[in-house]
Design a protein. Structure first.
Length: 282
């Protein structure tokens, strides 16, 4: 906590938890159902009964909540104390005094802390490890947390080469700017996304009406377009990887890719579900 509190005033890190606090004001049943749907689709399950679920970087707590509603025994942790508070708030709202949902403050780069957690049937970390400032270390650290025969579900920003460098520079500038400038940056990036969407629909001879981009994104994973946009613009530290880099990294660690959802080489996250192979006794 002390380390996090020192990084924010130095403008080395975006305040993810503060953004998630605002998101909770718009969280409703429809969004929760969409989050549950995304988990079931990517994990290819109907429920998580009798499964243990580790949420690394729980953020708003939405996916910890979704996993718990699907029947899992959930353990959530986050580096940002405000994100921990958001997750606790969702537990208070929906699973007050539930012994099957544990929430802590923790750091995925702290190996000693991770060793204290044990292993889980499902280890989930969506859009988190690329914000640690040491993504490849984080990707390595989470390996022992997955049971043999268990699943690892992660998402990592796609590497767009030079464009990714520009986005990293923008994010760094955002965090070093005053609040009024930050607001202008968010609005500018939002206008860029919307304009790009309109032009793409014109090229494809589809309905070019404004704000269709946002309508299409509104229910994605149960998230909020506005708070996702703020998270995207401000999300720093920021690292990226090509799908083949992630695939090769985990293949060498005895993980098998069983589900992949890419952003088609563009801006955004690639999603991966790996199965940890069971050791064969000889």
């Amino acid at each position: 906590m002390r380390e996090h509190l020192s990084e924010v005033p130095q403008r080395k890190r975006f305040e993810f938890g503060k953004n998630w606090e605002r998101f909770l004001s718009v969280l409703d049943e429809d969004r929760i159902l969409e989050a549950e749907k995304s988990l079931k689709q990517m994990l290819e399950i109907d429920d998580l009964n009798r499964k243990s679920f580790l949420d690394i970087g729980s953020g708003s707590g939405l996916f910890s909540l979704s996993a718990r509603r699907l029947g899992a025994k959930v353990f959530s942790f986050d580096y940002d104390p405000l994100s921990v508070g958001c997750t606790m708030e969702l537990k208070r709202r929906y699973f007050l005094e539930d012994a099957n949902w544990t929430i802590e403050e923790g750091n995925v780069l702290d190996v000693n802390y991770l060793k204290s957690l044990g292993q889980f049937d499902i280890v989930y970390s969506w859009g988190v490890l690329h914000h640690t400032g040491a993504m490849w270390i984080g990707l390595e650290n989470i390996i022992p947390l997955v049971n043999e025969g268990g699943k690892l579900f992660i998402s990592i920003y796609n590497n767009q080469g030079f464009l990714s460098l520009l986005w990293a520079a923008l994010k760094k500038f955002y965090n070093q700017s005053s609040k009024p400038i930050r607001g202008l940056i968010v609005l500018g990036v939002g206008a860029f996304f919307e304009t790009r969407s309109v032009l793409a629909r014109l090229v494809r001879c589809k309905n070019p009406l404004p704000f269709k981009y946002w309508a299409e994104k509104k229910k994605s994973r149960g998230m909020s377009v506005w708070y996702d946009l703020v998270d995207w613009v401000g999300g720093y530290p920021f690292e990226v990887a090509k799908p083949e880099e992630i695939f090769d990294f985990y293949r060498k660690k005895q993980f098998e890719l069983i589900k992949l959802k890419t952003c088609a080489g563009g801006l955004g996250c690639n999603e991966y579900v790996f199965l940890r192979r069971e050791k064969v006794n000889t």
